[in-house]
Write a protein that binds this ligand. Structure first.
Ligand code: NAP
Length: 288
């Protein structure tokens, strides 16, 4: 039988003083971020005072989103794995490997921009996602599941976007009414899954949605005017959909520019302080 709760407590009294000393040690060891990154500006910030950060700007949708924000007169920071800026006209391009240090460098650079220029963080758009690459094929059956591929898909689709969002928390808290969009997918909806297949991709987007829910709840407590969008772009003509475009019905394969402009409009119309919306390119809600 289990020992009664009280006697257990008596046998193992917790040393709270030791615990708080440990905590103090840990917080002293945590170094403040030194060497703030001084971004090398590609173009000076534009005068409308609104800064947008596009993470994963090297992909088909990320590039289109960054270009449209630039065309609308925002100052834009792009981050991608490439050292080449994905488009002309961005204020700063940050090559980022999405490691902890890489993400910290991006956030540091954006923070420096916000300190040194009359800018406020208006939008954060995170586009990262993988369905296939030289190591990964979307699985059709359970037998095809492979540990390394599953981990890579979960890392790229759920872990990296949420770590990026988490790293921006302090800047999002200080921003007047920031709006965040993260590229999810309809196949991440558990209730919408009638066909099965694409196990890792579906699971990673479902995990992303849950992580976004937690982030949005927390963010709203910290900044009640912040809003978060889990966005499904539809099937878009980019590298990720290339091998799967044959079965797409006529008129349902969208261009990145079309979807980017839908996203910008959705973000404009998303009410301030909306905790988390899960919307498609047409602004229609998706069941979780
Ligand atoms: N196209 C569609 O039909 C479709 C449909 C539903 C959902 N989506 C979602 O939309 C988003 C954008 O996709 P896309 O259509 O623009 O595809 P894409 O052109 O293939 O872009 C891929 C994106 O994922 C990032 N990425 C790829 N491998 C990565 C890795 N190992 N680590 C970190 N980041 C990695 C890229 O980042 P870099 O910029 O750093 O290269 C880029 O942002 C994705 O989240 C995707 O799941 C797309």
């Amino acid at each position: 039988m289990f020992a009664p709760r009280q006697s257990y407590l008596r046998r193992a009294p917790y040393n709270w003083q030791h615990f708080s000393e440990k905590l103090r040690d840990l917080s002293q060891k945590r170094q403040p971020m030194t060497n703030p990154v001084q971004p090398t500006l590609n173009t000076p910030p534009v005068p409308n005072g609104q800064l947008v950060v596009v993470v994963g700007a090297g992909g088909g949708l990320g590039t289109a989103v960054a270009q449209q924000f630039i065309a609308q007169g925002y100052s834009v920071v792009t981050a991608s794995r490439s050292s080449e800026p994905p488009c002309h006209g961005a204020t700063w391009h940050c090559p980022c490997d999405y490691s902890d240090d890489g993400i910290a460098e991006l956030v540091n650079g954006v923070s420096a921009l916000l300190t040194e220029h009359p800018l406020s963080l208006a939008r954060l758009v995170i586009c990262n996602g993988v369905l296939h690459n030289e190591r990964i094929r979307p699985e059709r059956t359970m037998k095809r599941l492979q540990r390394a591929a599953m981990v890579e898909v979960l890392e790229t689709n759920a872990v990296v976007p949420t770590l990026c969002l988490g790293a921006f928390t302090d800047l999002l808290v200080k921003a007047p009414a920031p709006k965040v969009a993260v590229f999810s997918a309809r196949v991440g909806s558990i209730s919408d899954n009638r066909l099965g297949g694409w196990h890792s991709y579906r699971a990673s987007k479902a995990a992303l949605n849950m992580l976004l829910k937690c982030a949005a709840i927390e963010l709203q407590r910290l900044n009640p005017k912040a809003a978060v969008l889990a966005f499904h772009p539809g099937t878009v003509d980019t590298a990720i959909s290339k091998p799967f475009q044959r079965g797409v019905p006529e008129g349902k394969l969208f261009s990145p520019d079309f979807v980017a402009s839908r996203l910008l409009t959705l973000l404009d119309t998303l009410p301030e302080g909306h905790e988390l919306a899960y919307l498609d390119w047409d602004g229609k809600p998706i069941e979780w």
